[in-house]
Design a protein. Structure first.
Length: 246
């Protein structure tokens, strides 16, 4: 009797184990298609998103909006590197990025200049000016192009403290885009302004209009010798107002 009960128990356990294995196998088979479907759905969603962004990228190109097109193109290439959208974008993106880089630099240089018109000591003056890129802050020096109804046209540097060192007609060693371009200079007759004037203002302006970067080696009364760096490439002569003589 005992042996019979033992055999039945073993048989029951074996049957239960077989049922469990069968159920697990069925679950695995049913789960596999669900995971595949999820992966396919995700791939389709990514493809749709990439295509939607590609349509926007094309629109930005048509509108000649290089700033938006550049950012969007980079995002498409980074997020969907193996997509057809990324492949199409890569055909135009380098050119778009280069144009936007040049445009950004042009805007940056133009923003360095300030143009003003106003009354000045018995007349009216029009100025175009920009500060040095180096030195900066409190030690920055300003390059000023000035037209005055009484004094005419002039070009000068305006610093801080006690101004510049210059005896009579002195020479400023300057470079225009890396090429030597010495400048004759003199101090104002008043002697109490931190300024130094460029002797040949007209030739200076003509040369400056073709130059992106000017450096000048000067000596300051308060700070010794310094190299001034002016990024002049954004100068717009049309914004520097002409004035009639008084």
């Amino acid at each position: 009797m005992t042996r019979l009960l033992f055999r039945r128990s073993v048989t029951a356990v074996a049957v239960c184990g077989l049922l469990v294995l069968t159920a697990c196998s069925q679950q695995d088979q049913s789960a596999a298609p669900s995971q595949a479907d999820a992966a396919q759905a995700q791939a389709q969603a990514e493809a749709k998103e990439a295509n939607d962004q590609l349509q926007t990228y094309r629109q930005m190109l048509q509108m000649k909006n290089d700033e938006m097109a550049s950012g969007l193109g980079q995002e498409i290439v980074q997020r969907f590197p193996n997509s057809a959208a990324a492949k199409e974008v890569q055909q135009t993106l380098p050119e778009v990025e280069q144009r936007w880089k040049e445009t950004s630099e042009k805007h940056r240089l133009a923003a360095l200049w300030t143009y003003q018109v106003g009354p000045m000591e018995g007349g009216t003056q029009s100025t175009a000016s920009l500060y040095t890129t180096a030195p900066s802050g409190d030690r920055a020096v300003r390059l000023v192009l000035r037209r005055h109804t009484k004094w005419g046209q002039s070009v000068f540097l305006f610093g801080s403290g006690h101004g510049f060192v210059c005896k009579g007609n002195c020479m400023i060693q300057a470079q225009f885009d890396g090429k030597s371009h010495p400048l004759r200079a003199f101090l104002p007759t008043t002697g109490n302004e931190p300024a130094i004037f460029i002797r040949d203002d007209k030739p200076f302006i003509e040369a400056m209009e073709k130059t992106r970067r000017i450096t000048m080696d000067v000596e300051m009364q308060d700070g010794g010798k310094q190299t001034l760096v002016f990024e002049t490439g954004g100068f717009n002569p049309s914004q520097w107002s002409e004035l009639g003589k008084k």
